[in-house]
Design a binder for this molecule. Sequence first.
Ligand code: 1GP
Length: 248
Amino acid sequence: MKLNQIYANWQKAKASNSKEFSVLIDPDKISLKDVDKIVALAEKAAVDSFFIGGSLVVNDALDEIIIRIKKQCNIPVVLFPGSSRQLSYKADGLLFLSLISGRNPELLIGKHVETAPFLKISPLEIISTGYLLIDGGVPTSVSYMSNTQPIPANKDSIAVCTAMAGEMLGLKLIYMDAGSGAAKPIRSSMIESVSMATDIPLIVGGGIRTPEKARANVKAGADIIVVGNAIEKDPALILELAAAVHEG
Ligand code: 1GP
């Protein structure tokens, strides 16, 4: 288990109010050729990290994709696992997600107990993360697969109390997600309320398609913006999205 390098950088970035942009790669939706294209654009755009994961991940390309990325650049690769089987020692870190918006004990602690011995001996940096699923207007794979209800999009106070509880429990990050391909990304007012109520880094993703929304999110207090779907459709968007986030 590696100690604290990725997380320390996120804390440092938060302290200096510099905003980060992360590209989400779903191993089920990308070919190795597309990986090359995305890595080249990510280097050009000074992308801060890659998140790798998906709700299912039915193919076995996880290791191969990470090796391919790492051969071409030094951008950190962080696992964002949709299930406890999405584990690769080739990555740099892993978001150890607790689905605190839901009430499914398996995703609050059960899977963590099962995977703890493997993670303990792994070379990965393990980053405990309070994961909040927010209603994005359409039923998402995450809510179906996790058998949990998302927090209603307009209930800022529920998101705030959930994030505060996560921080008090000692989780190191909050990840607010409307789910991949959400029709409606998370509203800025909810991001602002959660950001004001907590001191740990705040990741926001789900349905972000434009530089304007990415910029609005960082202005509202998000520290790291994650985009997957829109980049799968148009990889060149990486440049505009990263610039919008970095300008903050
Ligand atoms: C999903 O937050 C991520 O878990 C990114 O969402 O694919 O909609 O950008 P998109």
